[in-house]
Write a protein of this length. Structure first.
Length: 203
């Protein structure tokens, strides 16, 4: 009974378009997109370098996080399609990457209508097999088959958790790089010695 209830909760959660945490992420990304502009600044080389560096940081952050949100969603969400000015040397490469990533996500949604994340798709397949058996009984299904379904679910769930841990570690590193880079840029702009643990950025 408890197992059936847990699987039911999973299906309800997984099929909910308006998952609160993902929705919060979408709102944050939307607000960031609204602030994504190049402010007018005085003709000071270092000031221009600082503003452009922070702009590039925002653009990359938005692409990464919008991709994560889409990957963990079970329904299509509005994908970020940023228009980077051609004055940036990395504009063409970024645009090509964005087109490829968004096209792949849209292709997954159009083909099977579930999460682009392979690990989530496998868990969903396991749940679809197990839920009716737990809810209505095994029927003609043999115990060995039922146990194999359970083992598959446990194995895929473990892989998913390991993947989440890896993502968390990489995101922690990403934030450290972001903070370190921001501090280095500000120190360089203010012509101050680099802060402890921060490498100075050469403009």
């Amino acid at each position: 009974m408890k197992a059936s209830s847990s699987l039911h909760e999973w299906r309800q959660y997984h099929n909910s378009y308006h998952n609160s945490k993902l929705q919060d992420c979408c709102e944050v990304i939307s607000k960031l997109e609204q602030t994504l502009n190049l402010p007018k600044i005085k003709n000071i080389p270092k000031a221009k370098d600082l503003v452009r560096a922070m702009y590039g940081l925002k653009v990359q952050t938005m692409l990464i996080f919008s991709t994560f949100v889409a990957a963990f969603s079970t329904f299509p969400r509005v994908l970020v399609e940023l228009q980077v000015p051609k004055l940036y040397l990395w504009q063409e490469s970024f645009t090509e990457l964005q087109v490829v990533v968004n096209a792949e996500i849209k292709n997954v949604y159009s083909s099977n209508g579930v999460s682009p994340l392979m690990e989530l798709r496998r868990i969903e397949e396991n749940v679809k097999k197990l839920y009716p058996l737990l809810h209505d009984g095994l029927g003609d299904v043999k115990d060995e088959v039922f146990k194999s379904y359970c083992s598959e679910l446990m194995e895929n769930n473990e892989k998913f958790l390991v993947g989440l841990d890896e993502i968390k570690s990489e995101m922690d590193r990403f934030f450290k790089v972001v903070v370190s880079g921001r501090m280095a840029l500000l120190d360089n702009f203010q012509q101050q010695p680099p802060r402890s643990g921060v490498q100075q950025v050469r403009m």
